[in-house]
Design a protein around this ligand. Structure first.
Ligand code: 0GY
Length: 306
């Protein structure tokens, strides 16, 4: 439920003053999943939104990037801005080439608008199937969007929950451009990583070599809760077997990101520094970490960079 004047009741603000990670990121590391929200007085939230967040500006995002030791961002359009990509484009333009974007577009968008998005740094569109976040869009509308963006060489980022994969699988596999799946398809991590639910997700990744996976959001997926701040990195341990499985089987098509400013979390707001410290648990070798944090996102979003 949202109000016109303020944040959704119970909204948790992002964590100011995150710790500096103990894990030293490789040079050139990319935060491949993060958002900007507003500021609302400049970039109002969409009337059809399902929540009203706190503002989280481009400057605050870039400050986080620098504090954590990251080099680049992939900014993903969040549902609270609907298909109004102005805040996203503003952030991309201000980034000096250090950010790429994933937009939300409707089928009626014209080529001039798509070109403008491309020039700003957009390289994909997001299809959100999470029922609490959006009203369902007809699949034909989504395929029409795919037809429009394919000539630009863009991909489709998909966000769905594990319970909906069986119903979506055929449609997802029919999308004729690369796919990037958010947050490992949101597994229920209280289940067995070797069980049928996560097995179905791994089978989706096996079905096509151009399906990528974000091994993101341990703070969202964990049922074990936040880290015990006892000097050892114990955070989100229940997510490790899932993420590690994906990283080890698909090392060349995994991406990592903070998900800052962490919309719709209940319970706790993560310290983004600890999210960086989580990386070595899911990518246990320097080679895997380099692919996850640098090589893969650069290949997908900055293929021309040297
Ligand atoms: C995320 C997760 C969420 C929200 C959105 O676009 C969005 O509103 O993606 C969520 O609530 O799970 O990736 O930021």
């Amino acid at each position: 439920m949202t109000t016109d004047t303020g944040k959704t009741p119970g909204w948790l603000d992002w964590y100011a003053g995150p710790s500096r990670p103990r894990f030293e990121l490789p040079a050139g590391a990319v935060d491949a999943h993060c958002h900007v929200f507003g500021p609302a007085d400049q970039f109002p939230y969409a009337p059809e939104r399902k929540y009203t967040p706190c503002d989280a500006s481009k400057d605050q995002l870039f400050a986080l990037r620098d504090r954590l030791g990251l080099s680049r961002n992939v900014i993903v359009q969040a549902t609270c801005h609907g298909a109004d990509n102005r805040a996203l484009v503003d952030a991309l333009r201000a980034s000096g080439g250090l950010a790429r974007g994933v937009a939300t577009v409707r089928p009626g968008i014209d080529d001039a608008e798509l070109r403008e998005l491309h020039e700003a740094g957009v390289r994909g569109v997001r299809f959100n199937f999470v029922k609490r976040l959006v009203d369902a869009a007809p699949q034909q509308d989504l395929l029409d969007v795919v037809g429009r963006i394919a000539p630009f060489g863009w991909h489709v980022v998909v966000y769905f929950e594990a319970a909906d994969l069986a119903e979506l699988r055929e449609f997802l596999l029919s999308i004729p451009v690369p796919l990037v799946v958010d947050h490992m398809g949101r597994p229920d991590v209280s289940r067995d990583p070797d069980g049928p639910e996560f097995g179905a997700f791994l089978d989706l990744l096996r079905a096509r070599p151009d399906i990528w996976c974000k091994v993101t959001c341990p703070e969202r997926l964990s049922v074990g809760g936040p880290p015990a701040l006892d000097g050892e990195q114990r955070a989100y341990r229940d997510v490790v077997p899932f993420a590690r499985r994906v990283v080890e089987e698909f090392p060349d098509r995994v991406l990592w990101g903070t998900d800052w400013p962490h919309p719709n979390l209940t319970g706790h707001m993560p310290d983004d520094g600890l999210l960086v410290d989580f990386v070595p648990h899911i990518a246990p070798t320097a080679d895997l970490r380099h692919r996850l944090l640098v090589g893969n996102p650069m290949r997908l979003y900055w293929p021309d960079a040297r």
